[in-house]
Ligand binder design. Structure first.
Ligand code: ATP
Ligand code: MG
Ligand code: MG
Length: 380
């Protein structure tokens, strides 16, 4: 019996445990809170990721360790490697945890990025805004997620407010200023690399965010083959440079037909949730196959899929359950403003069918505005 240890017990760990059950796998989840939602399906070690005794107990009970939470301290991940195989490796994790290291790697690999500058002081911020121009975004280098730890600077008049909001973070987690990309689309590549270096990617996904949080994903993205190939080759270069094992996601902006890299997620990703029903092998199962050294599964799509995120509270399930191709995921979390509590995936064999399903479900859910941009894209 193989036990997979997962650091972080959120919905990603929960869906990993569900995907691993048919493979006969056992799971052990470590999280700092006892009511983490993956704990409903797997035993838990409750403890801080820097607590050596909790980490030692975790390591003693698992055959391999991986992550649901990308901000597990890289030193803790490194400490674990002396006791148990850890995938992805701590260097890959550390790179993806720091927007500066991540963007520097993108640039070194020839992957285009928006202009960026490290910010340690208010003077540097003034100079960097002058250099990069407005609009631009000040972001924390570490620990940001769902658009948290970001301030949009629309004109130089906003610099003072940006520094008020984030300046104190400069000494703690570091800051980076990025040029604002007036993108036409946001895309992501979800891909997997095995222990033997085999690389596979799912079809490109288009994503829509609201207030910095993912709202909807559509796969396959309606982009030409050349752009899809470029995006996938960027992800492959990164995976190879980091000797990455497991699933990763590369977030990209598309502007004037050019791709610019935003960030790398060193884990299964929200924009890949559609793969559970929309692909031959889900990102969760392929992540497990990769970290266990098993053959990777086919990443081919089955029709077309749209994923809708439920933020704050779950809507009425029946509106989705009554749809052919409608799939419901309730993470078993307490409702809370801004929290990802579940998602739905709507799958159909053609764009026309998917439009019809989205329009019906959108009305029944009272989520017309959430489905609208996806419908517009599908209508071409
Ligand atoms: P995630 O939850 O994806 O990890 P995050 O907090 O790490 O989010 P980003 O992905 O950097 O943050 O930003 C969230 C969203 O904000 C992006 O998906 C995009 O919509 C917008 N955004 C971020 N940076 C830029 C930029 N430089 N130009 C334009 N929009 C941006
Ligand atoms: Mg991020
Ligand atoms: Mg992001």
């Amino acid at each position: 019996m193989t036990t997979v240890g997962i650091l972080g017990g959120g919905q990603l760990a929960r869906m990993m445990a569900l995907a691993g059950a048919p493979l006969g796998l056992r799971f052990l989840v470590m999280d700092s809170v006892a009511d983490a939602c993956a704990g409903q399906f797997a035993p838990m070690v409750v403890g801080d990721y820097t607590d050596e005794s909790a980490l030692a107990e975790f390591a003693s009970r698992v055959d391999v360790a991986t992550f649901d939470f990308e901000n597990v301290p890289a030193e803790s991940a490194q400490w674990l490697t002396s006791r148990v195989p850890v995938f992805p490796n701590p260097r890959a994790l550390a790179t993806a945890q720091d927007r500066l290291a991540e963007k520097t790697l993108f640039r070194d690999l020839g992957i285009p990025v928006p202009p960026f500058a490290v910010i340690d002081t208010r003077e540097q911020l003034d100079a960097a805004v002058a250099e990069i121009g407005t609009p631009c975004i000040l972001k924390t280098r570490r620990l940001g997620y769902d658009g948290k730890g970001q301030f949009r600077i629309k004109s130089p008049a906003d610099i003072a407010a940006a520094w008020d909001a984030l300046g104190a973070q400069a000494a703690k987690v570091g800051l980076i200023l990025e040029g604002f990309v007036a993108f036409e689309r946001e895309l992501s590549v979800v891909a997997v690399r095995g222990r033997d270096g085999e690389f596979r990617a799912w079809p490109l996904t288009e994503n829509w965010h609201v207030d910095g949080v993912l709202s909807a994903s559509l796969a396959p993205a309606t982009v030409d083959d050349a752009m899809a190939a470029t995006a996938i080759s960027h992800a492959r270069k990164l995976a190879e440079a980091l000797d990455y094992v497991g699933v990763l996601a590369l977030e990209l902006f598309c502007r004037d037909g050019e791709l610019l890299a935003n960030e790398l997620a060193p884990r299964v990703h929200n924009s890949g949730h559609w793969t559970i029903e929309g692909s031959e092998t889900s990102q969760f199962q392929n992540h497990l196959r990769a970290v266990l050294g098993l053959p990777l599964g086919d990443t081919r799509m089955v029709g077309q899929a749209c994923m809708l995120n439920w933020i704050g509270a779950m809507p009425d399930a029946n509106a989705v359950l009554r749809e052919p191709g409608g799939h419901w995921h309730d993470y078993g979390k307490q409702p809370r403003e801004g929290r990802k509590v579940g998602h739905a995936t709507l799958r159909a064999d053609s764009a026309q069918e998917l439009i019809a399903v989205l329009e019906r479900a959108g009305v029944a859910l009272g989520r017309e505005t959430q489905v609208a941009p996806v419908v517009v894209r599908l209508q071409g």
